[in-house]
Design a binder for this molecule. Structure first.
Ligand code: ATP
Ligand code: MG
Length: 424
């Protein structure tokens, strides 16, 4: 029988890689704490309707990419393709709008989209997601954009481009839609098939098309920025001015759209110069009409989502990961008969905050030493035959090879002082 493999578009993250994930997620958690976002842990599947209404049924995600199935109770269920709609649902369902505003939530985890897998594009991928709900101030938009950039600053990413646009609001967008239709009308036959279909349904999304034949035309399309109403113009100015004050290097991209009625005002994207074709590390913006679209009252919101795999690919390309997977502080090597002592010693070391491991395979001292070195232990502590009889242990620094034999009860203290010196 052929061995079973993971489904197309999925992958395993194992030791050797998972520490990179931990570093990115822990950094996001640190930024969330520093900016006052609270973690939300939400279901991985939701009612299909949440996404068809919350993302919009003319989007690629809803039209082509959702993992939808009927459960045993006959309900239509979808594996979440993104987090924003779930965040807004959770905010409404749990009555968070009756508490102090705004509500700042963050989360991370797997998302599912039936896409054509390639580097940086998977069918199960993970996002970090930040949302500020219940506030329409442009400074919340500034805060969202800054929090995403802070994650990249902290993980050491460079060569990023921040693109921003405004997609207006239900007051000014109909006029813009009309001027776009007028613009595309004459060149309709030059557009790809999908875009010809979008022409009637949602012409803004034509701007988003990556096909060269459409790009040629969209390059000279009228910019949204010229059609904004006073309120949207004012909002956009405040956001860009706010970002400027923070020293953020942001450029206007007239073709950046989210393309749906519930997305309003700010739309932004962060691109990496080191990602190749799938170059977006982050996408976000304001969605003042999303809560209503999923059946709630009007609740303004702004947020971003960033793909963890793409952050890691960019970090790797830029050499932002220093060294290898960190090993334990100590590996305790024991001769036959010293297993109880080794077990007690690791137990004591861990209690003092020193990470440690020991041998369970009955290997020779030499091969335990080799294993300790392979797993990246900073120090080894040897309880060999001599040490057993003299009640001592030999502590060895794996970086410079220096070693010292000490009384068994002084081992923890010795390692703690060496660990401090190692960190400097
Ligand atoms: P793209 O244009 O690359 O398809 P998108 O506009 O569909 O991106 P969003 O829905 O805004 O992306 O999601 C935010 C982020 O999630 C993206 O910027 C990207 O980093 C990541 N992302 C989206 N889809 C995938 C995927 N299939 N695999 C890996 N990462 C993804
Ligand atoms: Mg996509």
């Amino acid at each position: 029988m052929e061995a079973i493999k993971a489904p197309r578009g999925t992958y395993d993250v194992l030791g050797g890689e998972s520490w990179k994930w931990a570093r990115v997620v822990n950094t996001a958690r640190g930024v969330a704490d520093d900016f006052g976002f609270k973690e939300a842990i939400l279901p991985i599947f939701e009612h299909t309707e949440l996404f068809s209404r919350g993302i919009g049924d003319t989007t690629d995600v809803v039209e082509k990419e959702m993992y939808t199935f009927t459960d045993k109770g006959g309900r239509s269920i979808t594996l979440r393709p993104e987090l924003t709609a779930s965040m807004v649902r959770a905010y409404l369902e749990n009555g968070l709008r009756h508490g102090p505003q705004p509500v700042k939530l963050w989360g991370w985890g797997p998302m599912f989209r039936y896409e054509r897998p390639q580097k940086g594009r998977y069918r199960q991928f993970a996002q970090i997601d930040f949302e500020i709900l219940g506030v329409s101030s442009p400074f919340a938009d500034v805060e969202i954009i800054d929090s995403s950039m802070e994650i990249y600053r902290r993980v050491g990413l460079s060569n990023l481009r921040v693109l921003i646009n405004s997609v207006g609001c239900p007051r000014c967008r109909p006029d813009y839609r009309e001027s776009l239709r007028k613009f595309f009308e004459t060149g309709l036959d030059k557009l790809c098939e999908t875009c010809r279909d979008r022409f009637d349904r949602n012409p803004l999304r034509i701007l988003d098309c990556k096909k060269p034949e459409c790009r040629e035309l969209t390059d000279s399309a009228p910019p949204m920025i010229d059609s904004l109403c006073e309120e949207c113009k004012e909002h956009f100015m405040s956001v860009t001015r706010g970002l400027e004050k923070l020293g953020a290097d942001v450029s206007l991209d007239n073709k950046l759209v989210r393309g749906l009625d519930y997305y309003t005002k700010t739309a932004y994207e962060i691109l990496s110069g080191d990602l190749g074709a799938q170059n977006a590390v982050c996408g976000g913006g304001r969605y003042d009409n999303l809560a209503e679209a999923i059946g709630g009252p009007g609740v303004p919101g702004v947020g971003f989502a960033s793909g963890i795999e793409r952050i890691i690919i960019t970090m790797e390309a830029q050499g932002a990961f220093m060294g290898n997977e960190p090993g334990t502080d100590v590996f305790v090597i024991s001769a036959a008969g010293a297993e109880y002592e080794a077990s007690l010693l690791t137990h004591e070391l861990r209690a003092k905050g020193v990470s440690s491991d020991m041998d369970f395979m009955g290997r020779s001292i030499k091969s335990q030493m080799k294993y300790a070195s392979q797993t990246g232990a900073k120090f080894v502590c040897i309880i060999g035959e001599d040490e057993i009889s003299s009640g001592t242990a030999t502590v060895k620094n794996m970086k410079d090879g220096s070693q010292e034999t000490t009384r068994r009860e002084s081992v923890c203290g010795k390692i703690l002082s060496w660990k401090e010196a190692w960190a400097q």
